[in-house]
Write a protein that binds this ligand. Structure first.
Ligand code: ADP
Ligand code: MG
Length: 292
């Protein structure tokens, strides 16, 4: 490798809005054949909005929202921000004690003397809460419409469902087309529900989806694909992506992402869209072309 060529690549990278951690990061890039795309905050904007609150039979909508928003005040998750913003009308929220984040599943805590659980249905079921049929149905309906369903429960039962919507970044479909044109296979990787994931994948033109993956499992997905002989690039933004970004042959972090994601990656994309990832992969290939 000639240092000059690498410097050119770095300078061009800066022009394109790609920060390169170290030239050695680009060694395997030419052979990349698979690109894992995190969903929330990478393919989508990650700026979610609360669209609907459906209480269980016998519950009050405002009470479900009040407890949910109180609990989410302690979380930085995009879903949490949407729930808190969507509860602005409620005014001052009650304090939360014993707050705990359950990675990839939701949050728990004590509000108004109740032990409240909030997140994926799996979280509530794992903690032995009953999910009444109308609640399960509201969740399924929301997911069929491409929304993330957030269940809220206390005292042994799910008490309501919040439907939260994200938006695909306008450039994501074009970026996916360009990845394919480069001969790369895009794969959507997410902790979100499979139905929601498939809806987003269809919208951007990705046909392979790996969904309902816990944060600790994302890195295992990378390792499994590598074990099958694939050379894997991963694009992500979250704390939950960091290990996978580090393990990938080429890790690309969204510049708007969390510090841990950026630190774990080989490349950081200054522009907040997936087209920057395509440029980065192309740049890395052409830089190597000059060297070898
Ligand atoms: P992604 O891989 O899409 O970035 P995460 O691993 O962060 O997703 O979360 C997976 C799922 O867990 C979310 O789609 C959501 O259903 C649930 N979840 C996680 N944290 C929270 C939270 N604070 N509030 C509500 N739901 C949450
Ligand atoms: Mg994300």
């Amino acid at each position: 490798a000639t240092p000059t060529a690498l410097l050119v690549g770095t300078g061009r990278g800066a022009q394109l809005g790609v920060l390169i951690r170290g030239p050695e990061a680009l060694e395997s890039t030419r052979r990349v054949d698979t690109v894992l795309l995190d969903k929330t905050g990478t393919v989508t904007t990650g700026r979610m909005t609360l669209l609907a609150v459906t209480p269980a039979e016998g519950e009050q909508r405002d009470e479900v929202l009040r407890l949910a928003a109180a609990l989410e005040s302690g979380s930085e998750h995009p879903v949490a921000r949407a729930v808190v913003a969507g509860a602005a009308e409620i005014g001052v929220l009650p304090p939360v004690t014993d707050f705990a984040n359950v990675a990839g599943l939701g949050v728990t805590g004590t509000v108004d003397g109740r032990e409240v659980l909030l997140g994926r249905a799996r979280l509530l079921r794992e903690r032995d809460l009953v999910v009444p049929e109308e609640v399960a149905r509201a969740a399924t309906d929301a997911e069929a419409a491409g929304r993330t369903a957030v269940l809220v429960g206390w005292d042994g039962r799910a008490r309501g469902v919040l439907a939260v919507a994200d938006q695909v970044k306008p450039t994501s479909p074009e970026a996916v087309r360009r990845l394919r044109a480069l001969g790369l296979k895009p794969v959507l990787l997410t902790g979100d529900n499979a139905t929601v994931a498939r809806a987003v994948a269809a919208e951007v033109g990705v046909d392979e989806v790996i969904a309902e993956v816990l944060p600790t499992e994302k890195v295992e997905v990378v390792a499994r694909l590598q074990g099958e002989g694939r050379v894997v690039a991963m694009v992500g933004d979250g704390v939950n992506d960091a290990a996978a970004l580090a393990r990938a042959d080429l890790g690309l972090a969204m510049g708007t992402g969390t510090d841990v994601a950026i630190e774990a990656s080989d490349l950081t994309l200054v522009r907040d869209d997936l087209l920057a990832a395509v440029d980065a992969i192309r740049l890395a290939r052409s830089t190597l072309g000059t060297i070898k």
